[in-house]
Write a protein that binds this ligand. Structure first.
Ligand code: GLA
Length: 376
């Protein structure tokens, strides 16, 4: 194992976490999302080590390191290692140009907080190796191989949104991501005098990964039943509320409700984009609250801590929108709050949260930022 102190890299990459304004659990249903990268990131310091196959990885956050042989990549029992191993495995399926390298990682993205430290880790490594070994991968290749890494090595059957946002984002913009065509539009995010405040519950319930996969299966179940009558339907993107209603008695109550949420959310994203473009920020925020209701009561991926924070925000007319963000069962809420009200609100909500759950709340303002990049 090399010395990682005083490590002099050949290449430095930054790979950001992401937020998502609206469009949750829609990506694996061919719907829309409205994510962007933020100014919290993982820094990768990389250099070739002149070996053919040996890679050494050191995480400053965990103060832990491991080595691997590119010819013999296997799933590890340490979750963070699997993000790295998964990416290397997927790259090895595409090219044999990667050779031995050393990598030092450091991150200011809170893990398990729903802002996708995992996508940042996958995409940053893939991006860095693409640069250093001239692999010729496109940004979309990097996004897709990172998603496959998460499916195959971590076991979460995630959609494409997190990796897409981490790689493709542009400073001061959001991405309207169409997960059917896998294309996007950049939309300027001008929300002055409001700011994006993230409140980290500091809980991540262990259900997250298994329940996530179950939601995905419930949606696929709905689609398979609808498809028997309408063969042109390939995902919930192709289903509207009237069509779904025809199947109310053929679907289980749970599957029906999950599908209804996804279909409503698809419409909400498009309404939110119109509101944003027309600077109707109150309407935009109201749609965020509606999404939270759907995620909590219909899709059932929230938890008491998230619900409490969203309810508490309703006591403040300086907050125009709030909801849980990401896969759910913990992590952060995203709040649109007047810039003058931030410190007072943080004080009050932190106290209330602590009194209720005996857990310290973390709060920070997030700024829309560029995607994965080389640091000069
Ligand atoms: C996680 C997944 C994404 C997406 C969100 C929910 O973050 O990685 O693909 O499905 O949950 O919107």
């Amino acid at each position: 194992m090399p010395q990682f102190k005083n490590f002099i890299p050949q290449l430095t990459i930054e790979s950001p976490g992401r937020i998502n304004f609206i469009g949750e659990h829609t990506d694996y249903n061919g719907g829309f999302g409205l994510p962007t990268a933020i100014d919290k990131k993982i820094i990768f310091k990389l250099k070739k080590n002149n070996s053919k196959n040996i890679c050494n990885i050191y995480s400053a956050n965990y103060d832990a390191s491991f080595s691997l042989d590119l010819e013999n990549i296997k799933i590890s029992d340490k979750e963070w290692e699997n993000y790295i191993l998964g990416v290397l495995y997927e790259i090895q399926q595409l090219t044999n140009k990667v050779e031995g390298f050393d990598c030092v990682l450091s991150s200011d993205i809170p893990v398990g907080s729903g802002i996708s430290s995992s996508a940042a880790l996958e995409c940053g490594l893939a991006f860095g190796l693409n640069e250093m070994f001239d692999l010729g991968l496109s940004k979309l290749d990097i996004v897709k191989l990172s998603q496959r890494a998460e499916h195959n090595y971590v076991g979460t059957k995630c959609g494409i949104m997190d990796q897409y946002a981490s790689v493709m984002s542009k400073k001061d913009h959001v991405i309207l991501l169409d997960c059917q065509s896998i294309q996007h539009q950049y939309i300027p995010i001008e929300i002055k005098p409001y700011k994006i405040l993230l409140l980290n519950t500091n809980v991540s319930h262990s259900l997250a990964s298994s329940e996530y996969n179950t939601r995905r299966e419930e949606c696929e179940k709905g689609v398979s039943i609808i498809k028997k009558k309408y063969p042109e339907v390939n995902s919930l993107r192709d289903v509207d509320e009237a069509m779904l209603l025809e199947f109310k008695n053929l679907l289980s109550k749970t599957v029906y409700i999950r599908c209804r949420y996804v279909i409503e959310e698809k419409t909400r994203v498009l309404s939110a984009v119109e509101a944003l473009k027309e600077n109707r920020l109150n309407d935009f925020g109201a749609l965020m609250y509606a999404t939270h209701y759907g995620l909590s009561k219909e899709y059932e991926v929230s938890c008491p801590e998230l619900d409490f924070l969203v309810e508490f925000s309703k006591n403040f007319d300086t907050i125009i929108g709030s909801r849980m963000m990401g896969g759910g069962f913990g992590g952060c809420t995203i709040n649109l709050i007047h810039e003058d009200a931030i410190s007072d609100f943080i004080e009050k909500v932190s106290l209330a949260y602590f009194n209720k759950f005996n857990i310290k709340l973390d709060a920070f303002v997030a700024n829309p930022s560029r995607g994965t990049s080389v640091v000069n």
